[in-house]
Structure formats: C-alpha cells, structure tokens
Design a protein around this ligand. Structure first.
Ligand SMILES: *Cc1c(COP(=O)(O)O)cnc(C)c1O
Length: 389
C-alpha cells in the first residue's frame, strides 16, 4: 500500500473487549454494501435497514427508537426541526383539495406555514377555538383529512380535550395530530389519548440545553410511518449525527429537568399571585384556567413554561423592566437550562380570546437556576413596573 492510499485506508481499530455506556456516533453519507446484489436491493432497506446516511444511521435510528419507546409508539421519525415535523405531518396526510383544522392557539409559525406554504399548494386550513371539544364535528367536511391539537396552546396555554376531539374526529374517519412539545410524553401521552401522530420540537425540553434544533413525529401505525418517511425522503430531510447524539443524551436527564422546572414554575406562580401588577396567570394548573379540569384529568404534571398578563404600561417602562433582569434572558426557544422571558401579543390573528384580560402578556420559561435567585430577578422587573404611576 502506498502512502496516499494509507491515508485513506487506515487500519481498522480493534474494538474487542471495549464496552461503554455511551453509543458511538456515526457520521455517514455513503453506506457501503458487500455485494452488487445487496447494492441493487438497497431501497428495500429504506424503512428499517441502512442504505444512505440521509435515510438513517444507527445514531439517528437509535434516537428514533428511544423516542418511539417514550411515546408509546410503534415508530418515530426525527426531522431537522419541530416546524419541519409539523409541516411533514400535514403534507403526509393532506394533498391538493384537502382541508386541515388547527386550533387558534397553535404555534404561530405552524399557522404561518398553513397560510403561506400549504394554502398555495391547495391545502386549506381552518382555525378553530381550542376549547371546541366535540363541537369540532361541525367543522369536519368531506375534504377534511387532518385535525391538529396543541395542548396546552402556545402563549395562552388552553388545555384541549384531546380524547373527546380525537373520538369525534375519528368517527368521521379523519386523523388527529398533536403538537406535544410542552408536555413531552412524560406529562401527557397524545397517542394514549387518541392522537394518531405525536409531534415534538426536540429543540425544547427533550434536548434541553438550547444548543440544537430538531423535531420528531411518532405514530402507532406502520403504514402512516411509511407515508411520513416517504415525504421526509422526498423533501430530503435529515438530521446531523452530533445533534442526534446530543438529543439522545438530553433525553436521559429529561425527567429530572422537567420535574425541577415544573416545580420551580409553580413557586414562581405563587409569588406572582401576590404582585398587584399581575392581571392573570395563564398556567394549566391554575383553577379557572381554560381546560384546567382536563389538565387534571389527562396530565401527570406541569412543565415550566407559562404566561402572565400584567397591566399595560408605557413601552419605555416595559423596556426598562426587561433590562433590569439579570438571569432571565429575552428569548423565544424555551425548555433549556436558562430561564427566558418573551413578550407576546396573542390576539394577533385570533378571535377566541374574549376570556383574556387586556394587558401585556409575557411568557416565562423557568430553567434550572435556584428559584430564589429567579424570584429576586423578577422582583427587579416588577420594581420598574410599579414605579410607574
Ligand atoms: C418551538 C416550537 C415548535 C417549533 O420547533 P422548532 O424545533 O423550533 O422548529 C413547534 N411547536 C411548539 C409548541 C413549539 O414551542
């Protein structure tokens, strides 16, 4: 063997008697085959085996198997983002001339994709009041193929009656997809409550450290999995090996992180209840919050993301209050170790919020810091608000 060749073909490492707790990370584009016959049959391996890095490696399949087990699913697929998982599920279920239903409380960019990507492709989306329950039956027609639920909803956190919606929708022969990013399968299992597809943004709690973007779609049904996989392949969607590794690592500590964030968030809620600037707290565990009883029935706990509505103040005052925060950072992509705050105007594009008081909505994501330090930080925020007369 000459020198150039030796650079490309090093000796294979001896891995005999090597064992570890951590799986190797497979960085792969090309998969190789041991015969021409195996190469020519490589497409048979699309759903289970390995034929091309984009279609799966032991690293991404390992993560998918891990997610499927946590979701109580037969199969799961990872995608480059939560947003792509939502669009993928919609495209796998609906085609030109079909109709999709989405709650008004659904993640904003998902509603934007319905409007600006699906609509031009001939897939119409109708938004519905998340508290609709069995009233969903009135919205289903011959063209309806998919009903989305997101519970609790983005920014306003209404808890939907997923079992009732799923039973009603299934009676019409239509599929149900759930965005379960807030709860993760630890706090709520969409598939066990009637959904056909459970989608998560893994960028949030699952990976948990604000350092990667990924999504997943999990299903009970092999045929539905194959439809998702086919659309994913046609779109050329795939995830990188290092991100898949980091996400699998994050999942190991997810139960502990989620428990901590959820508990700290309830401490923050208790503290906020005593602030005179607070008009309402939008948290599923609050009695009187839309869907609170459903949350008690269907969920095993609460995550650490919720919103608070405070009385309206001058924009300059609000700005100074956010500037006074030292630990809470202003940011959108929650679920990491760091606590975040984000102002939001949920009324944009929604007609179902008559129950919401008129004020400034602020979403909080409670991270892994000591809650006493977080309360001291929020005290600095409210000190700025309360000095305004
Ligand atoms: C963040 C988020 C998404 C989108 O996830 P990305 O991974 O950022 O694309 C979807 N749904 C919900 C509820 C989210 O919070």
């Amino acid at each position: 063997m000459r020198n150039d060749t030796r650079h490309v073909h090093p000796p294979a490492p001896d891995a005999a008697e090597f064992e570890s707790l951590v799986p190797p990370v497979h960085h792969v584009s090309t998969v190789t085959f041991d015969s021409v016959a195996a190469f020519e049959r490589r497409h048979d391996r699309l759903y289970d085996g390995y034929s091309y890095g984009l279609y799966g490696t032991p690293t991404t399949r390992g993560l998918e198997d891990q997610i499927a087990a946590l979701e109580g699913a037969a199969r799961a697929l990872v995608t480059p983002s939560g947003q792509s998982a939502i669009v993928l599920a919609s495209l796998a279920c609906a085609a030109h001339g079909d109709r999709i239903l989405m709650p008004q409380s659904m993640y904003g960019p998902a509603r934007a994709a319905a409007d600006r990507l699906l609509q031009p492709l001939g897939i119409t989306t109708t938004l519905y009041d998340p508290m609709i329950g069995e009233g969903i039956a009135r919205l289903i027609d011959r063209r309806t193929r998919l009903v989305w639920v997101e519970s609790p909803g983005s920014a306003t956190f209404e808890v939907q009656d997923v079992p009732v919606i799923a039973a009603t929708v299934h009676a019409a022969g239509v599929l149900v997809a759930a965005d379960n990013t807030w709860a993760t399968p630890i706090l709520f299992s969409p598939l066990a409550h009637g959904a056909d597809i459970s989608v998560q943004s893994l960028s949030k709690y699952a990976s948990g450290h604000s350092d990667l973007i990924m999504g997943s779609a999990a299903v009970r049904d092999e045929a539905l999995f194959r439809r998702l996989k086919d659309v994913s392949r046609m779109l050329g969607l795939g995830v990188g090996a290092d991100d898949a590794f980091l996400c699998a690592r994050g999942l190991k500590t997810l139960p502990l992180r989620l428990r901590h964030s959820g508990r700290s968030a309830l401490d923050v809620v208790d503290w906020l209840l005593d602030r005179p600037e607070v008009l309402q707290i939008l948290h599923p565990a609050r009695p009187g919050h839309p869907g609170h009883q459903t949350w008690r029935r269907d969920f095993s706990g609460a995550a650490g993301v919720f919103s608070v509505v405070i009385r309206r103040v001058d924009a300059g005052v609000l700005d100074r209050a956010f500037q006074a925060l030292r630990l809470f950072k202003i940011g959108a992509s929650w679920g990491g170790a760091h606590s975040l705050v984000a102002p939001s105007d949920p009324r944009k594009g929604r007609t179902d919020l008559s129950w919401l008081p008129d004020g400034q909505l602020i979403r909080l994501s409670i991270g892994l810091e000591d809650v006493a330090d977080l309360l001291a930080d929020l005290d600095r925020f409210f000190a700025e608000i309360s000095t305004e007369t």
